[in-house]
Design a protein around this ligand. Structure first.
Ligand code: C5P
Length: 243
């Protein structure tokens, strides 16, 4: 079946209570392609949060655990995640190829791995302080591409990247390698003092080649979250000429 506008939308369940998370899952079911469960909710609720999403929605599940440990431990953790019926899990690319390969192996073809290249709160100064080579300090995009290359070679399904990196990721690694983009702000939702500094609109992100856009607050905090999601869908469909 052809991918529809809603299938591009990942809604993060950034809530501290199960009640609120459930409310939004029910509300947005049918208007988003995936729900993202982050550390806050997963640590608080445990794996039962995944069952809650499955019971209330047909959307896919993205578990944003950002794993980073010795390879054997990551493989074992991924094995458990695969048994939970999760579609995507994040793993840091900042360790070794072996860790990424073992993460993919642990997913056992049931759960796909997304590589986290460079966290958005890292900049040239952080990279320098962490002891990286000058070439990476001078151009942090080089580090992003280096880590994306590791993720690709290890068999990851794709990477999390900003809107400004999508085109290069797609050009170098091809269509099938997923580019998942946070920092999305529709033109109508630009907030004062927004903590997302380098933002992309939903239309721009998908036109650049993004496969999934993570969009939280513009939908969550809208007066009518369903309508906000539907407006994002319209924008995506218009940008891609889908109907
Ligand atoms: O759209 P909004 O800014 O509310 O989305 C926030 C979500 O995006 C959070 O779940 C956060 O973890 C995730 N995220 C991000 N920036 C990144 C990677 C993920 O904001 N670089």
């Amino acid at each position: 079946m052809q991918k529809q506008g809603k299938d591009y939308i990942v809604f993060p369940l950034d809530f501290s209570s199960l009640k609120q998370a459930k409310e939004y899952v029910k509300l947005l079911d049918g208007n988003v392609g995936m729900f993202k469960i982050g550390l806050e909710l997963f640590i608080d609720q445990g794996p039962s949060i995944i069952q809650m999403v499955k019971q209330n929605s047909d959307a896919k599940i993205f578990l944003d655990l950002k794993l980073h440990d010795i390879s054997a431990t990551v493989q074992r953790a991924m094995g458990r995640v695969a048994n939970l019926g999760v579609d995507l899990v994040t793993v840091h690319c900042s360790s070794s190829m072996a860790m990424l390969e073992r993460a993919v192996a642990g997913g056992n073809g049931k759960t796909n791995v997304l590589g986290v290249t460079l966290l958005t709160d890292n900049d040239a100064a952080t990279v320098e302080a962490a002891g990286f080579k000058d070439e990476f300090v001078k151009d942090t995009d080089l580090l992003v591409m280096h880590r994306a290359k590791m993720a690709y070679a290890a068999g990851c399904k794709g990477v999390v990247c900003s809107g400004k990196e999508v085109q290069q990721i797609k050009t170098v690694f091809g269509k099938k390698f997923l580019a998942v983009t946070p920092g999305i702000r529709p033109a109508w939702s630009l907030l004062e003092n927004d903590d997302q500094k380098r933002v992309t609109t939903p239309g721009q992100a998908v036109a650049l080649g993004s496969d999934l856009i993570v969009i939280g607050r513009p939908i969550r905090d809208a007066n009518d979250p369903v309508r906000a999601a539907q407006n994002v869908i319209k924008e995506i469909e218009a940008a891609l000429n889908l109907s």
